[in-house]
Design a protein around this ligand. Structure first.
Ligand SMILES: Cc1cc2nc3c(=O)[nH]c(=O)nc-3n(C[C@H](O)[C@H](O)[C@H](O)COP(=O)(O)OP(=O)(O)OC[C@H]3O[C@@H](n4cnc5c(N)ncnc54)[C@H](O)[C@@H]3O)c2cc1C
Length: 377
């Protein structure tokens, strides 16, 4: 295939673009254009890599639920190892927070059947680093799992190439022109043509929409910071779940023999190659040391990524109501990895004019709830 023309151009090789291109490329010629030298350089490569069915608003939960079969049984040849590994997620509460914990428990029980309520004694036996004065009990979501994000992303991209489509890196889209039903998409290294463009540009989705002349959807990228630190000498932590307090002032998750910490921040920021602020890390360390007996001397690795949201917190996926041949696959928020298999599949079916997978409706998915048409005045 000539890589200059295609049926679809996908802008962005994060998990949003890669998953959509994967499903699309089974039936069409696709070109994925990525500004960076490597796919996954931005949000996708900076996540906490957790699958938690109860996380996010209704449509995100439906897409995550509809992704479980793919995660558990990806197509032959997609990856060499399982995409999910058991982890669990534990939210604990302190004195005066009984109602908040009960509300969380009700929400989790609404999505997951393997849920356990732990009283204070059980919680402290389970996670002995918690300080007893901050724990009245907690809720364990047993099916929460670690995602092998790199295997997922590379599996999608490998599939795109195997299907005869292309992924072009160092290809920043700088302009778009629509004439005679065809988009001409310019990059510093050449231009590409296709009748349909998919905007999977992550935090830059409104900026890329602007290049095409689309009205913004009101995307707000929010910085979330994280760091790696050493567990106490001799303490076995590999079996710990991800754990966080009910007000979400921090979370901790085991990560390859170390611990990953985050202040759960969501600080609005323009789309850019975001770095963690020193204050983010100081706040996280302060909160972790207040709620637990862990001591953090010096994080070994510090980073931040952007989680991009529109006002209602749902994804934005579908044809632009005012711009022919322009399709949104954006606003994945803090759930873009766990929802990607089903979201990408849905986007591809909508692009190909096919009926959505019936499994989606069974999971409670309603395309209208994520359509960009909801932002029309
Ligand atoms: C700290 C942190 C923890 C997280 N934890 C989780 C988690 O546990 N589970 C989960 O499911 N999600 C999690 N997320 C969210 C998840 O990472 C995102 O929802 C997801 O990665 C978004 O994918 P994306 O493809 O939309 O964006 P990105 O991965 O940012 O990809 C967009 C791509 O578009 C490219 N691009 C932009 N503009 C242009 C242009 N003009 N031309 C060409 N290319 C362009 C960019 O270079 C980028 O590679 C977390 C995020 C962060 C930051």
């Amino acid at each position: 295939m000539s890589h200059q023309t295609a049926d679809f151009i996908v802008i962005g090789a994060g998990i949003g673009g890669a998953s959509t291109a994967y499903w699309l490329s089974r039936q069409a010629r696709v070109l994925v254009l990525e500004r960076e030298a490597q796919p996954g350089y931005h949000s996708t490569g900076r996540s906490a890599a957790l699958f938690m069915e109860s996380y996010g608003p209704a449509q995100v939960r439906a897409l995550s639920r509809a992704s479980i079969d793919f995660f558990n049984a990806p197509p032959a040849g997609f990856c060499e190892h399982p995409l999910l590994a058991p982890r669990g997620a534990f939210m604990f509460a302190g004195p005066g927070q009984e109602d908040e914990l009960a509300a969380h428990e009700a929400a989790v029980r609404g999505t997951s059947s393997r849920v356990e309520r732990l009283d204070a004694r059980q919680a402290l036996a389970f996670l002995p680093v918690l300080r007893p004065e901050h724990v009245i009990g907690g809720v364990l979501e047993k099916d929460a799992a670690d995602i092998d994000v790199d295997a997922l992303l590379q599996g999608f991209l490998r599939g795109v190439r195997r299907n005869g489509s292309g992924v072009v890196c160092d290809a920043a889209v700088t302009g778009m022109r629509h004439a005679d039903g065809v988009w001409t998409v310019s990059t510093p290294n050449g231009s590409y043509r296709a009748p349909v463009v998919v905007n999977a540009a992550g935090a830059w989705a409104d900026a890329v929409g602007g290049l095409a002349g689309a009205a913004p959807v009101g995307l707000v990228p929010k910085r979330r910071s994280a760091f790696i630190f050493a567990p106490p000498e001799g303490m076995a932590v590999a079996h710990w779940p991800l754990f966080l307090d009910v007000r979400q002032s921090f979370y901790i998750k085991p990560d390859a023999g170390m611990l990953l910490g985050s202040p759960c921040n969501a600080d609005p920021a323009p789309p850019h190659d975001v770095q963690a602020e020193e204050l983010d890390i100081a706040i996280a360390i302060d909160n972790i040391e207040r709620f637990t007996t862990l001591r953090i001397r010096r994080p070994s690795h510090v980073w931040a990524g952007l989680r991009s949201f529109v006002a209602d917190g749902e994804l934005v996926g579908g044809h632009d109501p005012a711009l022919p041949g322009f399709f949104w696959a954006a606003a994945q928020g803090g759930y873009g990895i766990q929802s990607a298999p089903a979201a990408g599949r849905y986007f591809a079916s909508a692009l190909l004019g096919e009926a959505p997978d019936p499994q989606l409706a069974a999971a409670g998915f309603d395309p209208a709830q994520i359509s960009p048409a909801r932002f029309q005045p």
